[in-house]
Design a protein around this ligand. Structure first.
Ligand code: HEC
Length: 141
């Protein structure tokens, strides 16, 4: 059994390290969780969503509720319209559908849409809001 006694060449180790590094980079971006939002150019927007929203929201189809409702299909449904989620009175009373402009206002201050809002989050930076909304326009469909 010659093969069993042969030491791997240094090149093998480098290959192995390279694979480890690749695995680490890939696992840092949970593509599955983010609904196949794979474009590298969009990775930063995905990272912003992860950082600002994912503690309370899933976005992929069939994703569970956290503190907030699942956001799949957001722009195709009425505000406060995910069946089974216990929304605040303000969101329940809303008749409109979500649009990027309404979402921008809501993220800046949820109380503009719902006086008794349950969402304990707001974002004063318009650039962060813009990029997260761009992400959602793709990832929620
Ligand atoms: C601390 C938890 C928390 C964070 C962080 C958070 N949300 Fe929410 N979100 C909620 C809760 C709770 C509700 C339900 C609000 C209500 O009923 O008044 C909600 C509701 C929403 C809704 C309305 C959904 C619908 O079905 O009408 C949208 C859209 C939304 N959030 C987007 C976001 C985005 C985008 C971010 C990140 C920028 C974010 N949220 C961050 C908890 C959170």
């Amino acid at each position: 059994m010659m093969g069993a006694r042969r030491n791997p060449s240094p090149g093998c180790y480098f290959l192995f390290l390279g694979e480890l590094l690749l695995a680490a980079v890939l696992s840092a971006v949970p593509l599955g969780v983010l609904g196949g939002y794979a474009s590298e150019a969009r990775a930063e927007e995905a990272a912003l969503f992860k950082q600002h929203c994912m503690a309370c929201h899933t976005v992929e189809k069939g994703g569970g509720r956290r503190q907030g409702p699942n956001l799949w299909g957001l722009f195709e449904r009425p505000i406060g319209g995910l069946p089974g989620f216990a929304y605040s009175e303000g969101l329940k009373a809303e008749q409109r559908h979500w649009t990027p402009a309404l979402l921008d206002r809501y993220l800046e201050d949820p109380k503009t849409l719902s006086q008794d809002s349950y969402m304990m989050y707001s974002q004063a930076d318009p650039e962060i809001r813009r990029r997260i909304i761009l992400f959602l326009e793709t990832a929620s469909r």
